[in-house]
Design a protein around this ligand. Structure first.
Ligand code: IMP
Ligand code: MG
Length: 178
């Protein structure tokens, strides 16, 4: 794999497409076991999670639904600390088994802000599934149920993750070159 250029920054290969797909397969196996005889509703957070949500959902074999919400807190390579809801939840989630799907948990603010909106509607259970987690950056108290990769506190792009809107369209994940 080669370095890539996204806008003014250079990124180096970090996670291969094969490693990503194989972790997602294993996660789906776990979810299929944990949700046997249940009908979970996946709530995927746009934009970043669209590829992860699609690949994970394809490997889920229990009866399941998926819906999308849009939250945003990032500008460039820094969290702004403000989370806005651009598209809200339209499904009825009362009594449902919810799996929130995120691309990456950084400070944890996005989910910390959003989870009360879910919990207010009295779902039967709520779990968090994230492709990536930066434990060193997480300052909000969150219980992450399913995580594919714990990564260092460095900015990454690819496989849905962006730098100022660009760099999402790759099968692998790349890390900012230091
Ligand atoms: P948090 O609210 O600080 O946990 O940030 C979560 C959101 O910030 C993620 O859903 C991403 O959209 C974005 N984000 C955090 N870290 C990165 C990164 O390294 N690359 C691209 N986007 C990121
Ligand atoms: Mg996101």
């Amino acid at each position: 794999m080669n370095e890539i250029q996204v806008l003014d920054k250079t990124f180096v290969p970090f996670l291969s497409a094969e490693d990503i797909q194989s972790k997602i397969e294993s996660l789906a196996v776990t979810i299929n076991k944990d949700y046997q005889n249940k009908k979970p509703l996946f709530v995927a957070i746009l934009n970043g999670s669209f590829m992860f949500a699609a690949d994970l959902f394809k490997s889920v074999t229990v009866d399941a639904e998926i819906c999308f919400i849009k939250l945003a807190s990032y500008k460039g390579t820094q969290s702004t600390g403000h989370v806005i809801t651009a598209i809200g939840l339209d499904s009825n989630i009362t009594g449902r088994d919810i799996i929130v799907v995120e691309d990456i948990i950084d400070t944890g603010k996005t989910l910390h802000t959003f989870l009360p909106q879910i919990i207010n509607q009295q779902p039967s259970s709520v779990k968090i599934a994230t492709l990536l987690h930066k434990p060193e950056a997480t300052v909000y108290d969150l219980h992450i149920d399913y995580c594919c990769f714990s990564i260092p506190n460095k900015f990454v792009v690819g496989y849905g993750l962006d730098y100022d809107g660009f760099g999402r369209n790759t099968k692998a994940i790349y890390q900012l070159k230091s």
